[in-house]
Design a protein around this ligand. Structure first.
Ligand code: TYD
Length: 222
């Protein structure tokens, strides 16, 4: 299963540092798809299934080393894909997912300094053979979204917009978020056009217009 081979469904992810406005933009895109007659599933990571939500609570609130954190993120993600995302795509729905693997490269790779090559290896292990129950069948490309909207803005502008839930990541300082942002940019260079950067310093209406333009460019909305 790859981003291009998910039947009639559409798989779109939303990325950016905390406070970049992903939830608001996800809701706006959901409304646009529903207006066009599509069935939409909005979901988020880490989470999206009962087990993945438990892993989320651990990852966001317990202190742990960066690799343990990475493993929890991929464990939650595999569960999320198998139980929630893949069935929705198979049913032809539009899946709008706040955060996916790019967040792991950005936060654990950029923010926490986990080795990039190790992340690529873990992505290959966790995001392939998704229809198999733990059986490794064949080396395939990891599942990635069909389109990723990266809402980019400097940490200094995002900080005041944070909802202030106070998880471990939201308490990280500006240097952490600078590194996260740089890692998104690095990930984008090897994404072959899948990741579209949306300048999110602009007013909300302008950001959402850019988001809709990126989706229309794929031919997915009138
Ligand atoms: P959340 O409150 O959902 O933040 P946001 O609204 O900004 O998405 O918390 C998710 C946090 O988990 C966020 O700070 C980023 C972090 N995270 C990772 O570090 N790695 C990951 O792979 C994912 C999916 C999230």
């Amino acid at each position: 299963m790859t981003g291009a081979a998910t039947g009639a469904g559409l798989f779109i992810s939303f990325e950016g540092i905390d406070g970049a406005g992903k939830s608001t933009h996800t809701a706006a895109l959901a409304a646009a798809f529903e207006g066009a007659g599509r069935s939409v599933l909005c979901t988020r990571e880490p989470g999206g299934t009962p087990l993945a939500e438990k892993l989320r609570t651990l990852a966001l609130h317990e202190d742990m080393d960066g690799i343990t954190e990475t493993l929890l993120m991929f464990a939650a993600r595999r569960e999320h894909v198998r139980c929630t995302i893949a069935p929705a795509l198979a049913a032809g729905r539009v899946v709008l997912c706040e955060r996916f693997t790019d967040s792991t490269f950005a936060y654990q790779g950029g923010g926490r300094g986990v080795d990039w090559t190790l992340l690529e290896q873990l992505e290959r292990a966790a995001m392939t053979n998704l229809g198999q129950d733990g059986v490794f069948v064949a080396e395939t490309a990891p599942l990635v979204p069909m389109l990723t909207l990266w809402f980019d803005l400097p940490p200094a502008l995002a900080a005041p917009r944070m909802r202030g839930g106070g998880d471990r990541f939201e308490r990280a300082g500006a240097a952490f978020f600078d590194a996260v942002r740089a890692a998104y940019a690095r990930r984008m260079t090897s994404a072959g056009g899948r990741i579209v950067r949306i300048d999110s310093c602009a007013p909300k209406a302008q950001v959402q217009a850019a988001m809709l333009a990126a989706v229309r460019a794929q031919g997915w909305l009138p």
